[in-house]
Design a protein around this ligand. Structure first.
Ligand code: SF4
Ligand code: SF4
Length: 72
């Protein structure tokens, strides 16, 4: 199984949650304690080891917040 590493350009996030609901591993969540400069709660990865690098999160994001690197 490939492994993925997900990084976020937090300041671009608008908190739409499309990444969260489309992650097949359900490892993305909205951090209710951290706001970006636009006032949106940012997205974090709960269990980075479970990321499979599918990039569904990045494909769904309308604001190009997410970069996925796949380690083979
Ligand atoms: S790359 Fe896939 S498994 Fe990893 S966080 Fe994004 S949607 Fe989830
Ligand atoms: S899909 Fe993009 S803009 Fe929407 S919550 Fe996720 S990272 Fe933020």
């Amino acid at each position: 199984m490939p492994k993925g590493k997900v990084t976020f350009e937090y300041e671009r996030c608008k908190g739409c949650l499309l990444c969260v609901v489309n992650c097949p591993k359900k490892i993305l969540y909205q951090d209710m304690e951290t706001l970006n400069k636009s006032g949106y709660n940012i997205i974090k990865v709960s269990e980075p080891d479970k990321c499979i690098g599918c990039a569904f999160c990045a494909m769904m994001c309308p604001d190009s917040v997410i970069t996925v690197e796949v380690e083979k």
